[in-house]
Write a protein that binds this ligand. Structure first.
Ligand SMILES: [Zn+2]
Length: 316
């Protein structure tokens, strides 16, 4: 029986059950927090994470894939505590989440040397815990596939080639990055069926999505609630159109929710949220999105495909 690495060791793919493919129990900047810990409230962060973990358990979720790489404060011990206290399976990544900046130790290493940094996370464990990364994360955003971003993508590809592990690539459809990202993976010889292009659901440009699907990758319809990138109704229409075309076996549903996010001051957050993300949460899918999709024709089989079967197949 095939297994996948979780924070509590290998779990049979058949035991993953209902899976959220892209959520964060905490997303903060590790350099800022190491230098200025007074900006952070550990107890409040823990409470926020547990409140979300318990809420999704209440909706039947059994597994959360948490793609918090370097620069999103990946913390294997924290994620294991969330899993232990909630009963969830939590699946972690190795990799780097950057839109351009790289610190000197990575700037001065080659793609192969960076791949060599990722591989021990997969083979031995993350941060000395013995918790193994199940996949590799990289990102491209508004600046596009810059030389530094390309280097991380090639390093991710080579680590994937060495270990057989899948890749999740954060993308920005508004800049059309997905196709560039897939081109790099293809040049590196990565099987496109191992790659998930995250945040593809941020566009309703079906022609773009079509071209991306033609490369053979998976796509993340994974930012429900982030109206700033695309309002819910447009996400729904796009998803329903893709279901109609028979693409249920290529997509994931998630929210990219962050139980804690340190990007803005609390005051700015209060100002932004009503227009940018009024409904964003770790349970929005279950409270509104899925019931609405069912009313509009999504079958239980399609839902099961996207939230149970596809995670198994991508992680395998
Ligand atoms: Zn994310």
């Amino acid at each position: 029986m095939a297994t996948v690495e979780t924070v509590n060791g290998p779990v049979n793919l058949d035991e993953l059950g209902l899976t959220l493919i892209h959520e964060h129990f905490r997303a903060t900047d590790e350099a800022t927090r190491f230098q200025f810990p007074h900006m952070y409230d550990e107890a409040a962060e823990w409470e926020a994470a547990m409140s979300d973990a318990n809420a999704i358990r209440g909706h039947g979720v059994q597994t959360v894939v948490e793609p918090s790489a370097m620069f999103l404060h990946r913390d294997a011990a924290f994620s294991k505590r969330v899993a232990d206290e909630s009963g969830l399976n939590v699946i972690l990544a190795t990799g780097v989440y950057t839109y351009e900046h790289l610190p000197q130790p990575l700037l001065n290493r080659t793609e192969d040397e960076i791949a060599e940094i990722f591989v021990p996370d997969i083979e031995q464990g993350i941060q000395g815990t013995g918790i193994k990364a199940a996949f590799i994360k990289c990102a491209a955003d508004e600046p596009g596939v810059t030389p530094n971003v390309e280097k991380i993508h090639r390093a991710a590809a080579r680590a994937s080639q060495q270990t057989g592990r899948p890749i999740m690539a954060h993308s920005r459809p508004a800049s059309g990055t997905g196709l560039d990202q897939m081109r790099i993976f293809s040049e590196e010889g990565v099987d496109p069926g191992k790659v998930q292009v995250a945040h593809t659901g941020d566009t309703d440009d079906l022609a773009y999505i079509e071209r991306l699907l033609d490369t053979g990758c998976w796509i993340g319809m994974d930012r429900y609630g982030l109206d700033i990138f695309l309002p819910t109704e447009q996400r729904q229409k796009t998803l329903l159109a893709l279901l109609e075309k028979g693409d249920a076996d290529r997509m994931f549903l998630s929210q990219d929710w962050c139980s804690t996010l340190d990007w803005f001051t609390p005051e700015a957050e209060e100002q932004i949220k009503p227009t940018a993300a009024p409904n964003w949460s770790m349970t929005f899918l279950f409270e509104q999105v899925i019931p609405e999709l069912k009313d509009r024709g999504m079958t239980d089989e399609q839902l099961n495909q996207m939230m149970v079967e596809n995670p198994k197949r991508w992680l395998a």
